[in-house]
Ligand binder design. Structure first.
Ligand SMILES: [Zn+2]
Length: 191
């Protein structure tokens, strides 16, 4: 019965978009049993957001003017509010940087941090973290909207392709270089 309910939820045209992603990793639900690191305000927000039940102007079935109440530029959809509205760009950067900061704390014990949001070679790209231990790895964080699993996979592959130039550059110094994209959905965690 549980797997049937799970399947039915993911097959829903609207709600299923996020749930398909949420179901990928147990950490996506880490707060459900204990409420740890989560306020009541966030608790109420996350469930309504995951089910696309927030009272947004452009949600399905709403008859209001669909434009965003903050910027007036685009339709006020969930992806717009969480990932695209320029009025929220400062918070989006803070959200991204908070994830980088957590990663940095975790890897600092074992790896040396070579660069943080710095240009590494002449491509002028700035990966979030470049870390090394004997050989070397990149870490880079991206936070796409959880629009079906394909959107998270696309974000992952995009990062791999983007940093190939830097991989070649670092291979002059290190025998093994890997791009390790950390993809964190706005409403979920993947890898
Ligand atoms: Zn907006």
């Amino acid at each position: 019965m549980r797997s049937q309910r799970d399947r039915e939820l993911r097959e829903l045209r609207n709600q299923g978009k996020v749930m398909e992603c949420v179901g990928q990793h147990p950490a996506s639900h880490f707060f459900l049993t204990s409420g740890q690191y989560t306020s009541f305000r966030e608790w109420r927000f996350i469930h309504r957001a995951r089910l696309n039940e927030l009272p947004l102007n452009a949600r399905p079935g709403c008859s209001r003017d669909p434009r965003c109440r903050r910027c007036g530029q685009s339709n006020e959809t969930l992806p717009h509010v969480l990932n695209h509205c320029m009025r929220y760009s400062r918070w989006m950067v803070e959200r991204h940087d908070a994830v980088v900061e957590r990663l940095k704390t975790t890897v600092a014990a074992e790896f040396s941090i070579l660069a943080e949001n710095q240009v590494v070679d002449d491509t002028l790209l700035r990966p979030d973290l470049v870390i090394a231990k004997g050989n070397q790895a990149f870490i880079d964080v991206t936070i796409p909207f959880d629009n079906r699993l394909a959107s998270l996979d696309a974000a992952y592959n995009e990062k791999i392709a983007k940093y190939q130039g830097i991989v070649q550059f670092l291979k002059q110094t290190y025998s093994s270089v890997d791009v390790v994209p950390i993809v964190v959905g706005s409403l979920v965690r993947k890898k």
